[in-house]
Design a protein around this ligand. Structure first.
Ligand code: PSV
Ligand code: MN
Ligand code: MN
Length: 434
């Protein structure tokens, strides 16, 4: 598609009216940070270099198990999805890669797909397998996953799920993706339905078989989730099970943290610290939630928690934690917003949390911790969190030729109406996640 949303001159003209204000605010913030001994340019450089992958599955309207309300111009295939992701990256300047989901995003020609993405300025990040639903008509999935996949009681279903994951790793190699994330829905709905120990052992055995088949250096990420679709027990329900499994499988098997996959009130930032300590932090699926796996936009509900997660990540960077190189991805479902607007906003919120965490005076914090001064320690974090870093984020975008105001520029571009004219309307329906 040829759209102003992807056009440099259009973005520059949208930025023109806002540039003087950004420069003024940036200079003022620079002086204020200088008084705190912080070089604003160093922070802006780090923010500009920060990237988070966009999920291919999030550019269509989401839904709940009750209903899905489609919007206009929903992507028909992975090529349309990549065009939408290119708009997200072009305007917000923070999502240069896309995470694919197989078999949803399977094509015949991966060289062509990689070239198509490259022409849009996009690369590929970690890929995802899917054995949490059946794939009718797909010859590689003749057996049902109704009662599980990698941990299924039937060795034939386990073998099918193993083969699918190996296939996904092969596709990852074709597009230059560095890792495969395995999230599955395996679990049980009734006490007694499943033997916890035997299911876990079957799971570890299956993942070990996948691991043995993938090339050296390629990573497997295990994604835990407390509940849903299974409502009594889930095989990899928390970071403890995830860590035990990753340790049993091998060095290149790591634990992925999706922010929505925990019990309410769980201290996620502490889980992050523990996984860093164990050298097992794979990375993140960023989103936000109030109740469960709500998949709301990152930073929409609990921005302080997002900041505290980044505080741990910056601390690990600062301490030079061995092997620390997490992958950052968004994983959201957009039921009532335009997904392009939500993804841009979320990418900026994740960047914001990173920028705020970079402002923490780490030497002072360590001093307050060692001196057992909880008030000053907590104020040190709050001081960083309450600093308005908006001018840094805007300046980083301006310097990258992205939009100072991504949502404003997107609306002015008319992209949604343009794709609504080209792409046929999709059905709504009574439920389903994608
Ligand atoms: C499951 O809730 C999840 O977070 C996993 O990451 C899936 O791959 C993704 O959603 C899309 O269904
Ligand atoms: Mn996820
Ligand atoms: Mn989820």
């Amino acid at each position: 598609i040829i759209s102003p949303a992807l056009d440099q001159d259009f973005i520059a003209s949208e930025n023109a009216a806002l540039t003087a204000g950004v420069e003024e605010d940036y200079d003022a913030l620079g002086r204020a940070l200088d008084r705190r001994g912080i070089d604003i340019e160093a922070i802006t450089r780090a923010v500009a270099a920060f990237a988070v992958a966009a999920p291919s599955w999030a550019v269509g309207s989401g839904g709940t198990r009750f209903a899905r309300f489609p919007m206009g111009g929903e992507p028909r295939n992975i090529f349309d999805k990549l065009e939408d992701c290119a708009v997200v990256n072009r305007l917000a300047g923070a999502t240069p890669t896309v995470s694919l989901h197989f078999p949803w995003d399977e094509v015949d020609d991966y060289k062509g797909l990689t070239e198509f993405a490259g022409a849009l300025g996009l690369g590929f990040d970690v890929v995802n397998s899917n054995t949490f639903q059946d794939h009718p008509g797909n010859a590689l999935h003749p057996l049902s996953y109704k009662y599980g996949s990698l941990s299924h009681t039937d060795p034939a279903v386990r073998a099918q799920a193993v083969a699918h994951n190996i296939h996904c790793a092969e596709l990852a190699a074709k597009i230059g993706a560095p890792a495969l994330t395995i999230w599955l829905g395996d679990g049980s709905n009734f006490p007694g339905q499943s033997n916890f120990t035997r299911a876990f052992e079957r799971y570890i055995d299956s993942v070990t078989t996948v691991y043995a088949a993938v090339p050296g250096g390629f990573k497997l990420f295990l994604e835990h989730k407390m509940y849903e679709p299974a409502f009594y027990s889930t095989v990899i329900q928390d970071w403890g099970s995830s860590l035990l499994a990753a340790q049993a499988v091998g060095d290149n098997c790591l634990c992925l943290v999706d922010l929505g996959h925990h019990a309410p009130n769980v201290n996620i930032e502490m889980i992050v610290a523990r996984l860093v300590h164990a050298g097992k932090l794979a990375g993140f699926h960023f989103n936000d939630s109030k109740y469960g796996d709500d998949d709301l936009d990152a930073g929409a509900i609990e921005p302080y928690r997002l900041f505290l997660v980044f505080n741990e990540l910056v601390d690990a960077e600062y301490r030079k934690a061995p092997g620390f190189a997490p992958s950052y991805m968004l994983d959201q479902s957009h039921n009532v917003t335009d997904p392009i607007e939500s993804l841009m906003t979320s990418a900026v919120e994740v960047q914001r949390a990173y920028a705020q965490a970079l402002l923490v005076d780490r030497a002072a914090l360590e001093g307050f911790q060692d001196a057992n001064d909880p008030m000053m320690a907590s104020q040190t974090l709050k001081r960083a969190f309450t600093t308005d870093v908006q001018p840094i984020l805007a300046m980083a975008r301006l310097r990258k030729d992205a939009a100072i105001d991504p949502v404003g520029a997107y609306r002015a571009s008319g992209y949604r109406s343009a794709v609504t004219r080209i792409r046929p309307a999709k059905a709504g329906g009574s439920g389903g996640i994608v």
